[in-house]
Design a protein around this ligand. Sequence first.
Ligand code: PRT
Ligand code: ZN
Length: 295
Amino acid sequence: MISEGRLHLAIQKSGRLSDFSRGLLRDAGLRIQNGKNDLTARVENFPIDLMFVRDDDIPTFVSDGVCEFGIVGRNVLDEFALGEAEPRFEVVAALGFGRCALKIAAPERLAYEGPQSLEGTRIATSYPCILQDFLDRNGVSATVVKMNGAVELAPRLGIATFICDLVSTGATLEANGLRPVETVLESEAVLIRTRKTLPEDKADLSTRLLSRIDGVLATQESKYIMLNAPEEALDEIAAILPGAESPTIIPLVGRPGHFAVHAVCQESVFWETLQKLKGAGASAILVLPIEKMMM
Ligand code: PRT
Ligand code: ZN
């Protein structure tokens, strides 16, 4: 199953991160073959094999070097890492999807005045290590009750007073008469790499893969801006362009003293930015998406 000379990347088989993980790899130009089995797939145009697994197994696979790379939520990764003497993986990129927060929640009517309100209570969670670490850092002693799912039911079942669970919209908490009182961890999907030393050919492939993924992440935020402006406005306009280095300035034919300004902006371009550019003297402002970028 593990082929020599190819990289191995573990992604979630099915769940909240699967489609986004596949989407990211597709945007990085990887053509994923539909394999004969549903555990692995070959990438046609890059020497990499994908492994489809439970998200909880991804940190182990990458730490052991079974897979050189993996995509997993920071919540799952931190829970794993807290149980390890030394991390055997490193986070190489935050991917901007799978965003959620691990929060402590309390029954709506229960008074909460900060972490000291947790003293001596029972808290149900699927993230016992992260929660224990939070309690230790806050000098609180409480009983951590490990549950593998349906954590939000714990207060109603009388298993615990508080819960510590992932929240994205907050609808689940609300539906169960709970309200968030503490944020323990902000999470999103991350790309991780094994710390095991790779042979030279695989190290080169890793660099190529990372450069493609960095390119995709950079283009998600980046925009190409084109505008026209009189010479006296150029300095002010250059200062407004968000995250743009050295814009290209081209003289406009037939309009002496007027220039076209082209720039790659590496931060979000909002309507407010366009209004400021116009106020500074810019006209014919165009904002274009960038399809590919390699720095
Ligand atoms: O089968 P496998 O073990 O691979 O999947 P899984 O069931 O363990 O994980 P999955 O697919 O549910 O989630 C994968 C990852 O998505 C998580 O580890 C997080 O990093 C991320 N993620 C983002 C979330 C959420 N948002 C999320 N809202 N994971 C879970 N939830 C759950 C939460 O536990 C709660 O039950 O959604 C509910 C709350 O959602 P809201 O919108 O009502 O607040
Ligand atoms: Zn899981």
